[in-house]
Design a binder for this molecule. Structure first.
Ligand SMILES: [Zn+2]
Length: 371
């Protein structure tokens, strides 16, 4: 496992690339024995239990909590963003857990295989942690996988968050009722597919003057009404918040100033007594973090969607390990390094230093059989 951690931290991206560093003394020093082959590394991850890796997440979480790294933002609410992410789409290989879909191509319909995980990221004041992930199974939708994920996270971390943040797909009575029964709130994007609720909210917003607010570059109009009963599948009335933002930006190309308008509507169980309008808007906007600083960071910079071995358990273990590596790395970078050290070294630079250390150590002679 320690060699896989180094592979993630150095952002090597494949077990074969890792294997090419096998003859370096680094491995003898770090592991106490030579690096196993790529095949062996792929093979040993399949029998590793995801629950063991999740226990490691629990250990890292406790340390972060003890060190006050996971304090809530000024509004006092800890959020857990959940979202689905697709890993690895292929026409060629499939395993018993692959999800399937038909793709219409010029050469006829083809079956594509892929894996999708729903992940949960805690969003604190100045630190985010990807805490757990759950694969979507065949024959179920993303919300079903999310409910399984939430059940486990609530058991392992009952007080880790107050409110779940999610996109429009999760504006689903199963999610809302599940969280309400467990004393948690949810803020989800509201779209037209919840027609009755949207229509009711729009007609009330038309009659009510918006609250105007403004900060340095953004002017905002917001509406916030609670007590909607036009979504009867949810066990209690819901609240709808809309924000229309106008921001002036200078275009790089012609230097002209342009006003960009964006409009967001959220449906939430959070009562006004626990979160004012600006809190709901701030939380709703921070949902983007799971995309921008969670999965995309893992996929683009940490090669987390690379399939190291096409085996459902090994893939989940690699994803969970990549999440821990990202947390530990970002925690080291933001909390251990002094600000002046951070000014001179990006996170990518630190990864390259780890990689350079791998390559620069002298050769250790022919590798022995892996242990
Ligand atoms: Zn598969």
């Amino acid at each position: 496992m320690r060699s896989v951690v180094v592979m993630h931290l150095a952002r090597l991206g494949s077990l074969n690339a890792l294997e090419q560093t096998r003859s370096r003394r680094y491995w003898q020093r770090w592991l106490g024995h030579p690096l196993p082959s790529a095949d062996t590394l792929g093979r040993v991850c399949a029998p590793v239990l995801p629950s063991d890796v999740r226990d490691l997440h629990g250990h890292v979480y406790s340390r972060l909590k003890r060190n006050k790294a996971l304090e809530p933002p000024a509004h006092g609410l800890m959020a857990a963003a959940i979202d689905g992410h697709e890993f690895h789409a292929t026409y060629r290989r499939c395993c018993p857990d692959c999800l399937k879909r038909t793709i219409h191509t010029a050469g006829g319909d083809r079956t594509q295989y892929y894996h999708r995980y729903v992940a949960l990221q805690l969003i604190g004041r100045d630190f985010r942690v990807l805490l757990d992930a759950e694969p979507q199974r065949r024959g179920e939708d993303e919300v079903a996988a999310a409910l399984r994920l939430l059940a486990r996270v609530l058991e392992m971390y009952p007080r880790a968050f107050d409110v779940v943040l999610a996109d429009a797909l999760y504006a689903d009575p199963r999610m809302f009722n599940y969280l309400l029964e467990r004393g948690k709130d949810i803020i989800a994007v509201l779209k037209d597919d919840r027609r009755d609720l949207m229509r009711d909210a729009e007609s009330l917003f038309e009659q009510a003057p918006p609250v105007q607010s403004r900060d340095a570059r953004v002017s905002r109009e917001s509406w916030d009404i609670e007590g909607f009963t036009s979504w009867p599948q949810v066990s209690q009335p819901v609240r709808v918040v809309r924000s229309i933002e106008r921001q002036s930006i200078r275009r790089q190309l012609n230097k002209e100033i342009e006003t960009v308008t964006s409009s967001w509507t959220w449906v939430t169980t959070l009562p006004k007594t626990r979160g004012v309008t600006q809190t709901v808007i701030a939380l709703g906007r921070s949902r983007w973090d799971i995309e921008n600083q969670g999965f995309n960071e893992m996929a683009n910079r940490w090669h987390a969607d690379h399939v190291y071995k096409h085996d459902p358990t090994a893939m989940l273990v690699f994803v969970l390990l990549a999440m821990i590596c990202l947390t530990v790395f970002v925690s080291f970078y933001t909390r251990n390094l002094k600000p002046e050290a951070r000014r001179n070294a990006s996170m990518l630079h630190i990864s390259r230093l780890i990689l350079a250390d791998l390559y620069q150590t002298t050769r250790a002679g022919p590798p022995r059989a892996p242990m």
